[in-house]
Write a protein that binds this ligand. Structure first.
Ligand code: COA
Ligand code: AMP
Length: 649
């Protein structure tokens, strides 16, 4: 099925092959997938810069994840382990069991009128049924769109209105260490708010907290499953969408990243071997929620396409029950490769700096730890590597790409990148760092990190029903390139150093958030005249949003009361995932003469980094006021004569 050859020079050869002959390289990788019609057109560039991979191929992704392994005599191998410290349970499913569950549930959704091409929203906690729901959609050619449970009803409503689903799949509750999250009231609110009316919801009742079902609209998952007829896999075009995943853009409107079936299957299969060094039967654990791209790719699709065992985890790094949880899971399930976000290890290191809770767990099965989702500080990477006793690979990718753009590709060749860099471009990603004039800059020089088109298989094919938005957001700034939105530089060995976002997207505990969205919510408060939100550095979560708010004049509300209402409003409108708690009420916001808020300076002030009033600001006393107000809410600001480059430009 797979096996990557790990040999010296293997990376350089594969990289050059993928760059110079992409159609040939990916045709070879496509051989690992079972097609109902083999593609003859590998790369369709007739509509460039919109490219289509495997244009005339036909396949079913669920067939490749499940049925194919069962038919190959591997039905008794473990496909999925659900480890749930919050319910104190561990469940195991073989490939045959998972195929049968998925086929039956595909029968349920088909009986609800869902057909190929229809959209299905999945709003569920980390339970096996969430994986079953995704694969059941894939089985009948429906397009799933998973919405992370930490988002509010209002955010769910936006996604419902954009995707226009035929069906919503949800559960009665999620279980956070501190509370039960009742999903049903949030879903009810979303269905109420959304203009698109969803006729049916299928709800999984968890024993921890059941919910009320609305007769005529809501259907009990377990009851209909008992009566369902299994559904077979429906072949779809390689270019048909498998899923839509919404991610934060710079505005309040989320972007619906569209993933196709064919390119995605090929890329997932390739990346499982090439990036992570996985082989069939390996145990792979990705500690992410299925609501994020990492969960889609590496809790579900890649490990199953390769025939691995995927561990899914309903718990936290600390508090469920303690900071030894990661070691317990690795030891108990003999995990071979582990993937999580740096923030998770920062959380562990904070409460258990000597890793005392790890004592007694045998983690000798582990070969490597992969980190992504945010910039990884060297201390955390070194600590995690030392305590687990394995190499640590920081790799860089985005919702848009579905797999790593840069990594140390352990499955091809161990290139051992320096800590702090995100490794070398993966075969298929021709990464270039461009200056403002669109020309490549020298190694060591910062610029826009871009990818020479075409993007490899697996990357977004467009934004949902918005080709123009796709071109505008990613392809128009530098013709011929995909613009990642991150800034960074290459070193002499071609390791990429990703330094941060160019736009107003922030990264909170590995979750990508738009400051524009938070500003929109705050500005809608009746007492607020205007607001600016920036991501301030945080030792645990990487960044946290902090708002600077100007109140309307003539009001008699106490600033502290308004600030508390704003915090509650953001939680209600966006969700707890925003981790939004800091509001400084200020007199005015600093703007350039053209009316642009000087956000980079505000961020420097909040970070306690050296800052200087930009020359474009008329009255620098505004910044002194902001500094005082930020200090009052706990931000350690200090003034220096160095300049805030971004704002001055
Ligand atoms: N449903 C409902 N609420 C959720 C939720 C979910 N699925 N996930 C998180 N929340 C809530 C939390 O309970 C918390 O609420 P609170 O304000 O009442 O405490 C809030 O959202 C913020 O959550 P988070 O920032 O995730 O903090 P945490 O302490 O719950 O978890 C980590 C810490 C490190 C475990 C978590 O941030 C994490 O897993 N991050 C990695 C993200 C990731 O996988 N990204 C993908 C790239 S690898
Ligand atoms: P998301 O689309 O939610 O996965 O977020 C993608 C963004 O997270 C990227 O554009 C980066 O800004 C950031 N990111 C992800 N992985 C890394 C990494 N290894 N190093 C630095 N930043 C990262």
């Amino acid at each position: 099925m797979v096996t990557q050859s790990r040999e010296s020079g293997g990376y350089a050869r594969q990289f050059a092959h993928a760059r110079d002959e992409p159609a040939v390289f990916w045709a070879e990788q496509a051989e690992h997938i079972r097609w109902t019609r083999k593609p003859s057109i590998m790369l369709d560039d007739r509509d460039a810069p919109m490219y289509r991979w495997f244009a005339d191929g036909e396949l079913n992704t669920c067939d490749n994840c499940l049925d194919r392994h069962v038919e190959a005599g591997r039905g008794d191998r473990l496909a999925l382990i659900h480890d749930s410290p919050v319910t104190q349970s561990v469940k195991r499913y073989t490939y045959r069991e998972l195929r049968d569950m998925v086929a039956r549930f595909a029968g349920v959704i088909r009986a609800q009128g869902v057909a190929a091409g229809d959209r299905v929203i999945i709003y569920m906690p980390m339970i096996p049924e969430a994986v079953v729901a995704m694969l059941a959609c894939a089985r009948i050619g429906a397009v799933h769109s998973v919405v992370f449970g930490g988002f509010s009803g209002a955010e769910l409503a936006k996604r419902i209105d954009d995707a226009k689903p035929t069906l919503v799949l949800s559960a009665s509750c999620g279980i956070e260490p501190s509370r039960i999250v009742e999903y049903k009231p949030l879903l009810n609110q979303a269905l109420e708010l959304a203009e698109h009316k969803v006729p049916r919801c299928v709800i999984f009742q968890r024993p921890t907290r059941r919910c009320e079902l609305l007769p005529g609209r809501d259907i009990d998952w377990q009851a209909v499953l008992a009566e369902a007829e299994p559904a077979d896999c429906v072949p779809v075009a390689a270019t048909d969408p498998l899923y839509i995943l919404y991610t934060s853009g710079t505005t309040g409107r989320p972007k619906g990243v569209v993933r196709d079936n064919g390119g995605h299957a090929v890329a997932m299969h390739y990346s499982a071997g090439a990036v992570y060094g996985l082989e069939p039967d390996d145990v792979f654990w990705t500690a992410s929620d299925v609501g994020w791209v990492v969960g889609h790719s590496y809790c579900v699709y890649a490990p199953l396409l390769l025939g691995c065992t995927s561990v899914i985890y309903e718990g936290k790094p600390v508090g469920t029950p303690d900071a030894g949880a990661f070691w317990r899971v690795i030891a108990e399930h003999r995990v071979n490769v582990f993937f999580t976000a740096p923030t998770a290890f920062r959380a562990i290191k904070k409460v258990d700096p000597k890793a005392e809770m790890a004592a007694g767990y045998d983690v000798s099965s582990l070969r490597a730890l992969f980190l992504a989702g945010e910039h990884c500080d060297p201390d955390t990477a070194a600590w995690a590597g030392h305590e687990l006793g394995v190499p640590v690979v920081d790799h860089w990718w985005q919702t848009e790409t579905a797999w790593a753009i840069t990594a140390n590709p352990l499955g091809i060749e161990d290139l051992t990148s320096p800590i702090g860099s995100a490794g070398r471009p993966m075969p298929g990603f021709d990464v270039r760092v461009l200056g403002a004039d669109g020309h490549e800059v020298d190694d060591g020089e910062m610029g826009d990190i871009c990818i020479n088109l075409p993007l490899p298989p697996g990357c977004l094919s467009t934004l949902w029903q918005n080709d123009a938005g796709f071109c505008d957001a990613y392809l128009s700034a530098f013709p011929g390139y995909y613009r990642s939105g991150d800034a960074g530089h290459f070193d002499k060995q071609r390791n990429l150093w990703v330094m941060g976002r160019i736009d107003d997207i922030i990264n909170v505990a590995g979750h990508r958030l738009s400051t524009g969205l938070i500003e929109e919510v705050i500005s809608a408060h009746p007492d607020v005249a205007e607001a600016a939100v920036v991501g301030a550095r945080d030792p645990d979560k990487g960044q946290l949003p902090v708002a600077m708010v100007v109140l309307k004049s003539g009001g008699n509300r106490r600033p502290g009361d308004v600030a508390a209402e704003i915090v509650a409003r953001v939680r209600e409108e966006i969700g707890p995932v925003a981790a939004f708690r800091s509001v400084a009420v200020v007199d005015r916001l600093p703007k350039t003469r053209s009316g642009k808020i000087v956000r980079a300076t505000l961020r420097d002030i909040a970070d306690g980094a050296p800052w200087q009033a930009p020359a474009t600001i008329d009255d620098s006393s505004i910044l002194d006021d902001i500094e005082r107000q930020l200090e009052a809410i706990g931000y350690a600001c200090k003034r220096d004569m160095a300049s805030s480059d971004a704002d001055i430009r």
